[in-house]
Design a protein around this ligand. Structure first.
Ligand SMILES: *Cc1c(COP(=O)(O)O)cnc(C)c1O
Length: 223
């Protein structure tokens, strides 16, 4: 499949629109984040030229470097979507439009400190629904106490939950995981849901995703 980023983007947007229509939701209720990790700045420029504004990066230094290289692109919004180490918070705290992988108190405290003087950083708490050892995220049981502490930080604004459910081709299981995340968010008065990737973003939208994070379907396979 060797199509252009603009073509891929158009196709993904069409699929987002269809899923929104099936869910009876306006298209404006879903933000498409184009996950550009390990992809070149040139490809990001192509997506930007095609109208894309929200981009997701996993690695702190890569985000910092791309933000510098692409600072001429007005209105581009960077979403930090990967786990952060405390000593790398400084690379993303000011440049990020949102942080999607909040799971550690030390990182939350450092982010708030480094965000001082800027508008509060919207954050999604990452949950590990599959309870897999290899994945990041808090257990649902730990969410309440964590949120209570994070809500006291002056420069962070917890807005939602994020999850990267275990890959499955079973649509019913996909939907179950996403529905669970939605219920947990609503129980905590969190309005936003960052869920769904190339593999399952349509199912995520059907279950209430407000942000989908799509990489491969837009930029191609990562090597
Ligand atoms: C890489 C990544 C994505 C995008 O995955 P694709 O399968 O390429 O769409 C989304 N979310 C997170 C947290 C990721 O690390």
């Amino acid at each position: 499949m060797s199509t252009s980023v603009a073509d891929n983007l158009a196709r993904v947007k069409e699929r987002v629109a269809k899923a929104c229509a099936s869910a009876g939701r306006p298209e404006s209720s879903v933000t498409l984040v184009a996950v550009s990790k390990l992809k070149s700045a040139a490809l990001i420029r192509e997506a930007y030229a095609a109208g894309q504004r929200d981009f997701g990066e996993n690695y702190a230094q890569e985000l910092r470097d791309k933000a510098t290289e692409l600072q001429d692109l007005d209105g581009l919004r960077w979403h930090a979507i990967g786990a952060l180490q405390t000593n790398k918070v400084k690379y993303v705290a000011r440049v990020a439009h949102a942080f999607h992988a909040l799971e550690r108190w030390e990182v939350a405290a450092e982010l708030s400190k480094r965000r001082e003087g800027a508008p509060p950083l919207p954050c999604y708490v990452e949950l590990n629904l599959g309870q897999e050892d290899t994945k990041h995220g808090l257990s649902p049981e730990a969410l309440g106490d964590f949120l209570t502490r994070v809500r006291e930080l002056p420069n962070l604004q917890p807005v939602g939950l994020m999850a990267l459910p275990p890959p499955t081709d079973d649509v019913a299981r996909m939907r179950e995981g996403f529905a669970r995340l939605r219920e947990l968010a609503h129980a905590r008065a969190l309005a936003s849901l960052s869920m769904g990737t190339t593999h399952d973003f349509e199912q995520a939208i059907l279950e209430g995703a407000t942000v989908v994070r799509v990489g491969t379907a837009i930029f191609g396979e990562r090597t």
